[in-house]
Design a protein around this ligand. Sequence first.
Ligand code: B12
Ligand code: SF4
Ligand code: SF4
Length: 232
Amino acid sequence: MPELPQYIKSQLLQRGADLAGVGSLAELPPDVRENLPFGICVAVKYPKAVIRGISDMPTQEYYDWYNRLNEKLDGLVVFGAELLSAQGYRAVAQTREHVGFGETEYNTPLPHKTVATRAGIGWIGKSALLVTEKYGSMVRISSILTDAPLDAAAPINASRCGDCLVCTNACPGGAVSGKVWAVGMRREEFFNPVACRAAARARAAQGFGGEATVCGRCIAVCPYTQRYLEGD
Ligand code: B12
Ligand code: SF4
Ligand code: SF4
């Protein structure tokens, strides 16, 4: 069998993940990471046509894929955790059921985006979304916590947004302040989740008559997403 980090990553990619990486969680309080030292980030991307379709308004198709990708991610992290458990390690799949939806304070104990930056998968954009070099922000993510001895990637601690303000100007809820993220910054210092949620509710109703909280304009307009959409 190849080395464990390569093995687990290649298994996740073969199973349908589009990006996977390992990060050290040592700098985070033990209680939020269930006393486990490593986090594996798993990302899956939306089809290009779905994201092209929401540059103006959210669509039923976007909402269907949002649900479909959440199910796919739950399956992938359970699969990855089972592989590690079978090798004798502790592994916790951060499924939606396990983590919850952060509905009261818009907060979960260990957000997937934190694991993602620790695993070198991307940075937090001015949009408050995870932005990846390859797919921009058109990915949904999940994570696995484990004590398996995995080599951690170099974490990403700084933004690569530069002076771009595309998402700030495009957000219909005025939720994106335009301030640049750096590790350790609280979300509320640069992003307003209450304004985002209200705008997303209104836009889902307007766009496809849905009672959902989906908008995603910040995903579609980001130049990193656009670069991927324009490629082959
Ligand atoms: C609550 C929630 C919301 C809330 C609040 C959003 C927010 N940004 O916090 C509301 C309802 C507004 C919302 C809206 C949306 N959401 Co939402 N949401 C969540 C949820 C369930 C929890 C997020 C959470 O705990 N936030 C708490 C704050 C503190 O953390 P955070 O913003 O997630 O990230 C911070 C930390 O990661 C920190 N950080 C990063 N690295 C490090 C390193 C260290 C050492 C430390 C200490 C901190 C740190 O920096 C970030 C900014 O402060 C996650 C799923 C999950 N379990 O993670 C999805 C999630 C964040 N949502 C997602 C998406 C796509 C959306 C929407 C596009 C949905 C839509 N409307 O169509 C919008 C986009 C809003 C936006 N621009 O961010 C995706 C994001 C994917 C991506 N590429 O980033 C997630 C990850 C769901 C998923 N499974 O993919 N969401
Ligand atoms: S999902 Fe829509 S309302 Fe929320 S931050 Fe993105 S563009 Fe703004
Ligand atoms: S649109 Fe620009 S500022 Fe916003 S997340 Fe993307 S690169 Fe960063």
